[in-house]
Write a protein that binds this ligand. Structure first.
Ligand code: PLP
Ligand code: TYF
Length: 394
C-alpha cells in the first residue's frame, strides 16, 4: 500500500535553518525561520516560564488526561488576553490546540463541515502554511492583494476592492498583527473598513494572531481585532503562544469561536472537539498550564509583560540599526520602510535570485520570498547585512 509514494521536498523555511547550521563560514547570519533570538543569538526560555515551570513541578500531582478541549482555565485566560474587555467575550468559546497551526486546522475543519463550498481568502502573500492547511481541510483558497512592492506597505485600496467581492460563502483571513511574511500591517482605519465590509457582505472574518505584543504592545496589537469582534455577528480566531511566550516546541495555542450567542459558539466548539478527536484527540498540556499560571498571577504576568516589552523594543532597535546602515551605505532613504514594519519580519522586495546570492555569496540566509527575520541578526551584524543587500541588488 505504500508503493505509490515518492519523496517530497521539506518545508523550505525549516530546510533553510538546516542549511545555515551546516554552513561553516563563521560570519553566517540566519535571517530565515521566524524564531526570536537575543543579542547572544539564542532563543532563551522566558524568565516567567522558568518560574512557572518551577511552580508546576512542585504543584502538579497527576499527568492524567485533561480532556478534548484542553485546559479550560487556559482557554478562558486566552479569551481575556485577546479580547480584553470586549463584550463579545461573553459569546466566545475557546479550545486549546497544538499551536496556532492546530487552531488553523481545527477551524478550517469546522468551516468545511458547516459550509463545504466555502472559500478562504488569504493575503497575497501570507504565512507559508496558511494555504496548505486550508487546502488540506478541503477548502478553496483565493488571494486578495495585500503587499505593495513599490511602497513595501499594504495596498489598502486594492485589498478593500477585492474584499468587496467576498460574500456569505467566504472566509477572510486577516493577520492580527505583525504580518507574516511582509511585516506590513493594516492600520485601524482599514480594520474599520474591513469590519464594514464583513457586516454588509456577510463574510466570516478569521483572525490569526501569532505575534501579540511584538508590534506596538499587547493591547495595541489587539486593537483591530477588538474593533472587529464587537461589530460582527460571528468570527473565528486562531492564536499562538509560540512567540510571545517563547513556547515554540510546546505547541501551545487556541482556537476561538465568536458566535451570535454563547450557545452557538459552544455548539461550534463541540464540533471542533469532535474534529480534534478524529485528528490528535487531545492537545499537549505543559505549555498551556504555564501560560494560564502566568496570566492569572499578577507578579508572573508583570514579569512576562516586561520581557515581551524588552523583546519588542530590541527588534525595533534592530530595525533602526539596519535602516540606518542601509541609508548611510546607499546614500538613499529607499530602505526606511524597514522601520515601518511590525514584528520580526520584513519583506525586502528582492528577487529569489538575489535572496540566493545573499546565501551563496554572503552567508546570509533568508527565505526566497525576500523575507528576513530581523531578530535573527545581532546588533553588530547590521552593517554586514546592509552591505550584502546593497551588493546583491546592484
Ligand atoms: N500563524 C502565523 C501567522 C505564523 O506566523 C505562525 C508561525 O509560527 C503560525 C500561525 C503557527 O504558529 P504555531 O507555532 O503556534 O503553530
Ligand atoms: O514563518 C515562520 O518562519 C514561522 C515558523 O512550517 C514556521 O512561522 C516556519 C515554517 C513552518 C512552521 C513554522
Amino acid at each position: 500500500i505504500l508503493d505509490n509514494l515518492t519523496p517530497v521536498g521539506l518545508d523550505p523555511i525549516l530546510s533553510l535553518s538546516a542549511a545555515c547550521r551546516a554552513d561553516t563560514r563563521p560570519h553566517k547570519v540566519d535571517l530565515g525561520i521566524g524564531v526570536y533570538r537575543d543579542s547572544h543569538g539564542e532563543t532563551p526560555v522566558m524568565v516567567a516560564i522558568k518560574m512557572a515551570e518551577a511552580r508546576l513541578l512542585e504543584q502538579q500531582s497527576s499527568k492524567s488526561y485533561v480532556g478534548m478541549g484542553g485546559n479550560e482555565s487556559f482557554n478562558e485566560s486566552m479569551i481575556g488576553l485577546l479580547l480584553g474587555n470586549s463584550k463579545a467575550a461573553a459569546r466566545t468559546a475557546a479550545i486549546q490546540t497544538p499551536g496556532a497551526s492546530g487552531a488553523l486546522r481545527m477551524l478550517a475543519d469546522v468551516i468545511k463541515l458547516s459550509s463545504p463550498d466555502a472559500t478562504v481568502w488569504l493575503s497575497d502573500p501570507s504565512y507559508a502554511n496558511h494555504a496548505p492547511i486550508m487546502k488540506t481541510a478541503g477548502l478553496k483558497v483565493r488571494f486578495y492583494p495585500y503587499f505593495d512592492p513599490a511602497t513595501k506597505l499594504v495596498n489598502t485600496a486594492a485589498m478593500l476592492d477585492a474584499l468587496r467581492q467576498a460574500g456569505k460563502n467566504d472566509v477572510v483571513l486577516l493577520h492580527g498583527s505583525c504580518h507574516n511574511p511582509t511585516g506590513a500591517d493594516i492600520d485601524l482605519e482599514t480594520w474599520k473598513n474591513v469590519t464594514t465590509l464583513a457586516v454588509s457582505q456577510g463574510f466570516l472574518p478569521f483572525v490569526d494572531m501569532a505575534y501579540q505584543g511584538f508590534g506596538d504592545g499587547m493591547e495595541e496589537d489587539a486593537a483591530g481585532l477588538r474593533y472587529l469582534v464587537e461589530r460582527v455577528e460571528s468570527m473565528v480566531i486562531a492564536t499562538s503562544c509560540s512567540k510571545n511566550f517563547g513556547l515554540y516546541r510546546e505547541r501551545t495555542g487556541a482556537a476561538m469561536v465568536v458566535g451570535k450567542t454563547l450557545e452557538q459558539a459552544q455548539a461550534v466548539k463541540s464540533r471542533i472537539m469532535e474534529s480534534a478527536r478524529g485528528t490528535y484527540t487531545m492537545p499537549p498540556d505543559h505549555g498551556a498550564a504555564l501560560v494560564d499560571m502566568i496570566l492569572r498571577d499578577e507578579a508572573l504576568r508583570a514579569n512576562w509583560m516586561t520581557e515581551v516589552t524588552t523583546v519588542r523594543k530590541r527588534v525595533q532597535a534592530l530595525r533602526g540599526l539596519l535602516a540606518d546602515a542601509l541609508r548611510e551605505q546607499s546614500g538613499t532613504n529607499d530602505w526606511d520602510f524597514i522601520t515601518r514594519h511590525k514584528g520580526m519580519f520584513s519583506v525586502l522586495g528582492i528577487t529569489p535570485e538575489q535572496a540566493q546570492a545573499m546565501r551563496h555569496d554572503h552567508a546570509i540566509y533568508l527565505v526566497d520570498s525576500g523575507r528576513i527575520n530581523v531578530a535573527g541578526m545581532r546588533e553588530a551584524q547590521a552593517e554586514q547585512v546592509a552591505k550584502a543587500l546593497l551588493a546583491v541588488v546592484q
